[in-house]
Write a protein that binds this ligand. Sequence first.
Ligand SMILES: Nc1ncnc2c1ncn2[C@@H]1O[C@H](COP(=O)(O)OP(=O)(O)OP(=O)(O)O)[C@@H](O)[C@H]1O
Ligand SMILES: [Mg+2]
Length: 222
Amino acid sequence: MELGELVGTGRSADVYAIGGGRVLRRYRREVDTAGEAAVMAYVAGHGYPVPEVYPDESDATDLVMGRLSGPTMLRAVVDGELTPEEAGAIQARLLRRLHEIPAMESSDPADRILHLDLHPDNVMLTASGPVVIDWCNAGEGPPALDNAMSALILAQVAVDPEFAFARTARSTLVALAAELGGDLDVGEPLDRVKARRDEDQGLTEREVGLLGEAVELVRQLR
Ligand SMILES: Nc1ncnc2c1ncn2[C@@H]1O[C@H](COP(=O)(O)OP(=O)(O)OP(=O)(O)O)[C@@H](O)[C@H]1O
Ligand SMILES: [Mg+2]
């Protein structure tokens, strides 16, 4: 398969155009994309906005999906095309909609599909609305975990003095918390996602060091 232009890059993967309106997302480490492709196809079947996946063309560390056009929500905020408050409200609505979808495997009726990394850089604003990308952390469980994870990720940026958009992230977090209301549980679910992030190999030591302060910020907002 001929790799074209590099259309995006993240901490764990590079995304290349491959023609035919598709992109190939290639992990830099050994990760099997089959589970990710399956969850994307499943939520798409429930009408959730994700890129179309092509499992037959994907293998091992490569995931082939439909090419989206539009900025990420983070880029749109930075460029002044969207307010941080709008970003927080969109994010909350995307979490709500996702949590209406029943789990694929769990027999607990309260469990739902969780993205577990839903933040403004993993939402692309397309002509047909916001689309959620980067499903590598997806799983199933109580929605409160997903909501707490999104809040914690924003808070971690908000308390980071080295991050130029700390204030913006704080405004987005405030709007997210307001929109989620009682569905943002800052008790045990927040402790659980912090523990998960403490172990996340994708975070730097400095970022892990800010997690305690980030938890405090989320609790203060409640
Ligand atoms: N389907 C797509 N169509 C067009 N561009 C895409 C698509 N999927 C991803 N991208 C671009 O590639 C970038 C990286 O994608 P993605 O977030 O999946 O990578 P990642 O390495 O997992 O990121 P992270 O740093 O969040 O772990 C996105 O910000 C976006 O600009
Ligand atoms: Mg990403």
